[in-house]
Design a protein around this ligand. Structure first.
Ligand code: SF4
Length: 131
């Protein structure tokens, strides 16, 4: 197994300007109610977990039509290290976004005052929703 390299500064700078990240920051939710509105609710979950050598295009395209894309990406960034396509991003894209996200959340006092459910609990509740 190869370890993912740390994102480079120019990649983090690009992630900070990425509209998907900006939407995630503004649509971050303290609960998981957004999950019931995902466009992926009736789609085969395997679509969102392509093998490393397979394209993620169809999943990303569906995410672009999803009303809760921002909340979904925010969730994935809070989890920090999850596989698959979330909020229209691939795991590779999220590596740089994660660095930018942590900088944003640390500057947001509301995020520190009202943390969401523990990561493990959120994983357990979210994954079955893709059935
Ligand atoms: S943005 Fe999230 S909830 Fe919406 S379709 Fe994509 S993975 Fe599903």
């Amino acid at each position: 197994m190869t370890r993912a390299r740390m994102p480079r500064p120019h990649e983090v700078a690009a992630a900070q300007r990425d509209p998907r990240l900006l939407r995630a920051v503004s649509e971050r939710q303290q609960d998981d109610a957004w999950r019931t509105r995902g466009a992926c609710q009736s789609v085969d979950p395997e679509t969102f977990f392509p093998a490393p050598n397979e394209p993620a295009d169809s999943a990303v395209a569906l995410c672009r039509t999803c009303d809760v894309q921002g909340s979904c990406l925010a969730w994935a960034l809070e989890v920090g290290d999850c596989h698959g396509v979330w909020g229209g991003t691939t795991p590779r894209e999220r590596r740089a976004m994660l660095v930018a996200w942590r900088g944003q959340v640390e500057r947001d006092p509301d995020a520190a005052d009202e943390p969401g459910p523990p990561v493990r609990d959120r994983l357990l509740t979210l994954v079955p929703s893709r059935r």
